[in-house]
Design a protein. Sequence first.
Length: 269
Amino acid sequence: MSLLGAKNLSVEADGRTTDCVRFGRGSHPLVMIPGVGDGLKTVRGMALPFAWLYRELAEDFTVYVFSRPRELREGETTRDMAASLRSAMDELGICPAAVVGVSQGGMIAQWLAIDFPESVSRLVLTVTLSRPNPTAEGAIGRWIEMARRGDYRGIMTDTAERSYTPERAAREVKLYSLLAGATKPADFGRFMIQAQSCLSHDAYAELDRIKCPAMVIGGTEDRIVGGDASREIAERIPGCRLLMYEGLGHGLYEEAKDFLEQVSEFCRG
């Protein structure tokens, strides 16, 4: 038996293939949607690493981590990606589920809760935004330019520098720099589609349509989407809970020691 029941899945839905990993043996489904880095490497084959990293969730939940479809279409939006995710969730029979979206995953999760409310029992939006802002435009725009040049190392190190506290960033930059030489994607087309969808994402005016219990988690020092982005989401969703980590940034889901505890407690209801 694999660690925590970890299994790699490929879901066929709407004529496309979506990579997914599943782990845990809890009675409640929990869907996790990762950020724009999914455009560089999907979750394919990553069941064991994810199961170990998020093992704290495995007792209460059966966890599903979804990539975007392998075959993204030019101009595909975060709203389109939410519809694709809903189809994949239906294929696996896991609606409704608690949904945790991180960064771009949080943008997709917003549309999932707005357009398919019957699919989401509880919603956690982590280090994400509801509409474009100068901080995000600067960071993501820079990554797009690097992708056009094929500068994978630059994307990786810039992401680390922007995501973590200075001490952690120094370690991560070295690690990311080493990994960049061994894991460079064959092309950057998929990443660029996802990055562009972040820059066009705008769910702000429709956030008040989210009716399920919701929590927004942000960091005051977020240098990728900005801490204020979390606050304005929480202000727009009725009854939303806001948790801001002082001194932490976009990588708070790795640096905040109680992050998984907070998510688990909220999703258990």
